[in-house]
Ligand binder design. Structure first.
Ligand code: ARG
Length: 457
């Protein structure tokens, strides 16, 4: 048991208490950030003459040597220490002696951990953004290649109107684009430095908080020391953004699973991203998509967990807040893995364009356009809707599409039909007449794709 405290105790900590209290098994993830924060802290302490330049230099080289030894695997972070902060300080004192005992001057583990976690989260926000941008690029590639790939668009899981694969993918582009923008917002809002908040009430040393904030790449110091040590809003915001990303991935996975089903046959997932069955030799399962969908639960769980942990915590620091780490680390890792795996799966999927086009053609997806055709011939929309309704019923009976009916059959239902109906309800007309902003028509789609490219620049 290596602890940073003990002077006012007359008895050793019970081992069970020690283990329950310790966080080193998971906060060792913060090791690099702890060193980074400590180095900046001592640079500032020497600048404001709280420690000498010689002490500063001794501490800096001690911290560097600890960092290097851990990175090289020569020193391991073990449960002999209560947390990562104790590990670093104890090793520093071991290595450089007395100057090491000055590292913690004007600092508490409360502002230290608040800083470490913020630095770690800031990196994770940036990495997640990068992963998302790579996924967006994959989606954009599919869009560019499939401006003319016809497929049915669905509402209520029923074929509704024809769209293109580019249009369908474009919807996901918008979703993940918003995710990137959300992360940008979070990064901007969280980028203030809590170091120097002390335990809760600042310190009596003349700390230069502007300096430490700047050296660590923050916009400035946090403005209230009690908030500085007890704010985890930024992490909750990030977990919330991660939950939304995961929700988007999960919806997309659900579609991939459906499209890959024997019944749909819209796509083939690449062998490299599928798995087999131990008993059924014919099976090729979409396990990656299912796991991405399944892991959504634990990401939502992390958000709910931290929200609940924080809801009853009075100001300022309380040990409850140590519970922010495991759930956050898990959610960050999970979402990053899911984005990367999903990206790999998506970029290797084969789209069965003929099956998709046939499906659009054989599901009355042009019924709205047939009604619009009659409107063009002077029939009020409500009447046209009803005429096409009976036409569909007739086709269902006959087992054919509207386009398969002869002009005589059509005229028997409404004399307003003419030879030009066939062109008016062809898949390509249905799609390419839809040219409002955001619609699947070719010209509208090209503008949308240009906007996507602009975003990724
Ligand atoms: N392991 C602690 C945490 O994660 C570090 C801060 C400890 N502070 C304290 N006053 N006991 O929150």
């Amino acid at each position: 048991m290596a602890q940073l405290w003990g002077g006012r105790f007359t008895k050793a900590t019970d081992q069970m208490v020690y283990d329950f209290n310790a966080s080193i098994s998971f906060d060792k993830k913060l090791f690099a950030k702890d060193i980074e924060g400590s180095k900046v802290h001592v640079k500032m302490l020497s600048k404001v003459s709280v420690i000498s330049e010689a002490e500063r230099d001794a501490i800096l080289s001690g911290l560097d040597s600890i960092y290097e030894d851990v990175a090289a695997g020569k020193l391991s972070i073990t449960s002999e220490y209560e947390d990562v902060h104790s590990f670093v300080e104890a090793n520093l004192i071991d290595r450089i002696g007395d100057p090491g005992k000055k590292l913690h001057t004007g600092r508490s583990r409360n502002d230290q951990v608040a800083l470490d976690m913020r630095l770690y989260t800031r990196d994770a926000v940036e990495e997640t953004c990068k992963d998302l941008k790579s996924l967006l690029k994959t989606i954009l590639n599919i869009m560019e290649e499939n401006i003319d790939t016809v497929m049915p668009g669905f509402t209520h899981m029923q074929k509704a109107q024809p769209i293109t694969l580019a249009h369908h993918m474009g919807a996901y582009f918008e979703m993940f684009k918003r995710d990137v923008l959300r992360l940008d917002d979070i990064r901007a809002r969280m980028n203030y430095c809590p170091l120097g908040s002390g335990a809760l009430a600042g310190t009596t040393y003349p700390l230069d908080r502007e300096m430490t904030a700047e050296l660590l790449g923050f916009y400035g110091p946090t403005l209230n020391s009690m908030d500085g040590v007890s704010d985890r809003d930024y992490l909750i915001e990030f977990l919330s953004a991660l939950s939304i990303i995961q929700m988007h991935l999960s919806r997309f996975s659900e579609e991939i699973i459906t499209w890959n089903s024997n019944e749909y046959g819209f796509i083939d997932i690449d062998d490299g991203f599928s798995t087999g069955s131990s008993i059924m030799p014919q099976k090729k399962n979409p396990d990656i998509a299912e796991l991405v969908r399944g892991k959504t639960g634990r990401v939502y769980g992390a958000l709910t967990s931290l929200l609940t942990t924080m809801k009853g915590i009075p100001l300022a620091y309380n040990k409850d807040m140590q519970e922010d780490k495991e759930v956050a680390f898990d959610a960050i890792e999970t979402v990053q893995h899911c984005i990367v795996l999903f990206d790999g799966m998506l970029s290797t999927i084969k789209f069965n364009k003929e099956v998709m086009a046939d499906s659009a053609k054989n599901g009355f997806t042009n019924a709205t356009d047939a009604a619009d055709y009659l409107v063009g011939k002077g029939i009020p929309f409500r009447d046209a809707h009803s005429i096409i309704g009976s036409l569909v019923l007739y086709c269902i009976d006959k087992g054919c599409a509207i386009d398969d009916l002869s002009i005589d059959e059509l005229k028997a239902i409404s004399p307003a039909f003419d030879q030009d109906i066939y062109d008016a309800i062809s898949m390509s007309t249905c799609i390419n007449k839809r040219l409002t902003i955001g619609a699947p028509g070719k010209e509208a789609m090209i503008s949308e794709i240009n906007a996507c490219k602009e975003f990724l620049k």
